[in-house]
Structures are given as structure tokens and as C-alpha cells.
Design a protein around this ligand. Structure first.
Ligand code: AP5
Length: 185
């Protein structure tokens, strides 16, 4: 069973690589950002609650995202594994996921931190131009990444689950390194 978590700054390439690896290993790519954006688009109760947070680059309250992830991980397509992109993003969310895996008698996931310098990610995101890719919102997302998400590097490092991959290469080179890395997980 393949379980992978992608960490990395906004624009580090989590979504790009998670999608490619998910197709390669035939397991679902679960992006909390994508699920939230669909919910916002469809104006579901979750989407209505999440909209102002996503638009301004702040984290959506953890209870909402945790319920959403728990529900998604119950679907039948996760029976051979999954790739999580954008979750967990805080130490509380990581502890929540650990408990969820324990309840299901599953071991931990392989955690891949895609390492890319700030100036490179800002350029990538400005070029992409999603609604939350304005310079001001990108800076906010980066600040929150530093304060809320980088503690997960220690969290997973201490648990010997973490691998750091240089994401500042062509997407194809990064994919090739990731395929080699995940072949036995
Ligand atoms: P989310 O959608 O997860 O956004 P993010 O973390 O800011 O990540 P991005 O999608 O911007 O970047 P990425 O690393 O996936 O890079 P990508 O592959 O797209 O979250 C959005 C919002 O949802 C959050 O701000 C928050 O409000 C909310 N949210 C989500 N999860 C949450 C949670 N757990 N708790 C609370 N709130 C949550 O690539 C970016 C660009 O770079 C693309 O154009 C791509 O083509 C290009 N690119 C990729 N790789 C390369 C490469 N190697 N070389 C050159 N270009 C590249």
C-alpha cells in the first residue's frame, strides 16, 4: 500500500508531482486545495465557509479540513493507497492524521518535502495566475507556510518519515527522482 504526503511551499510543485505520481502508481491524488476550490465553485456549505480563507491565503479552520479529509479517505479508491497534497499543514493536522491511520491499523506515510527557494516559487505562481496567486496573497501564503507548516519538517523528521527532494529542477527531473524514491514504499 502506497501512502505519500507532499510538503512544500506554495508553488513548490506538490500538485504537479502528486498528479503524475498518482497516475504512475494508480492511486488517488487527494489535494485539499482542489477539494476546497470545487466546494467554493459549487457553493456547498463547506465552500461558503472556506471561501474567505482561501481567497486571502489563510488556512481554512482545521476542523473543516480534517472532516473533509477523513471523509475522502473512506472512499473505496483509497484501498491501495493515496497521495495527500496540501494536508497536513499544521502539527495538529498531522496528529489528527496519525490517529486516523492508527484507528485503521495503518502505518505512517512517506513524507516528501519539495524544497524550492522562495524567489522561484513566487515567479512560478505569478506566472500561473490562479485567483490566490496575486503577489500579496502569495506572500501571505508563504508566511503561513513558514509559521504553520515548516514545523512538520521536524515532526516527520523525528519520526523518520521525511525525505527532502530538490524541487528546483525541471518537473521531469523531479518526477524521475520521485519515481525512484517511491518504488519501494
Ligand atoms: P493549495 O491548493 O494546496 O495551494 P498551495 O499549497 O499554496 O500550493 P499550490 O497549489 O499553489 O502549489 P503546488 O506546490 O501544488 O505547486 P503546483 O504543482 O501547483 O491550497 C490553497 C488554499 O487552500 C490554502 O491557501 C488554504 O487556504 C486552503 N487549504 C488547503 N489545504 C489546507 C489545509 N490542510 N488546511 C487549511 N487550509 C488549507 O505548481 C505551481 C506552478 O509551478 C504551476 O504553474 C506549475 O506548472 C509550475 N511548476 C511546477 N513544478 C515546476 C518545475 N519543476 N519547474 C517549473 N515550473 C514548475
Amino acid at each position: 500500500m502506497t501512502r505519500i504526503i507532499f510538503l512544500g511551499a506554495p508553488g513548490a510543485g506538490k500538485g504537479t508531482q502528486a498528479q503524475t505520481l498518482a497516475e504512475h502508481w494508480k492511486i488517488p491524488h487527494i489535494s485539499t486545495g482542489d477539494i476546497l476550490r470545487s466546494a467554493i465553485q459549487e457553493q456547498t456549505p463547506l465552500g461558503v465557509k472556506a471561501k474567505s480563507f482561501v481567497d486571502s491565503g489563510q488556512l481554512v479552520p482545521s476542523e473543516l479540513v480534517q472532516d473533509m479529509v477523513e471523509e475522502r479517505l473512506q472512499k473505496a479508491d483509497t484501498s491501495s493507497g493515496w497521495i495527500l497534497d496540501g494536508f497536513p499543514r499544521t502539527v495538529d493536522q498531522a496528529a489528527f492524521l496519525d490517529n486516523l491511520l492508527k484507528k485503521k491499523n495503518l502505518g505512517g506515510a512517506l513524507v516528501i518535502n519539495l524544497d524550492v527557494p522562495d524567489d522561484v516559487v513566487v515567479d512560478r505562481l505569478l506566472e500561473r495566475g490562479r485567483k490566490d496567486d496575486t503577489e500579496q496573497v502569495i506572500r501571505r501564503r508563504l508566511e503561513i507556510y513558514r509559521s504553520e507548516t515548516t514545523p512538520l519538517i521536524d515532526y516527520y523528521g523525528e519520526r523518520k518519515q521525511l525525505v527532502v527532494i530538490n524541487g528546483n529542477k525541471s518537473a521531469e527531473e523531479v518526477t524521475s527522482n520521485l519515481k525512484d524514491l517511491t518504488v519501494s514504499c
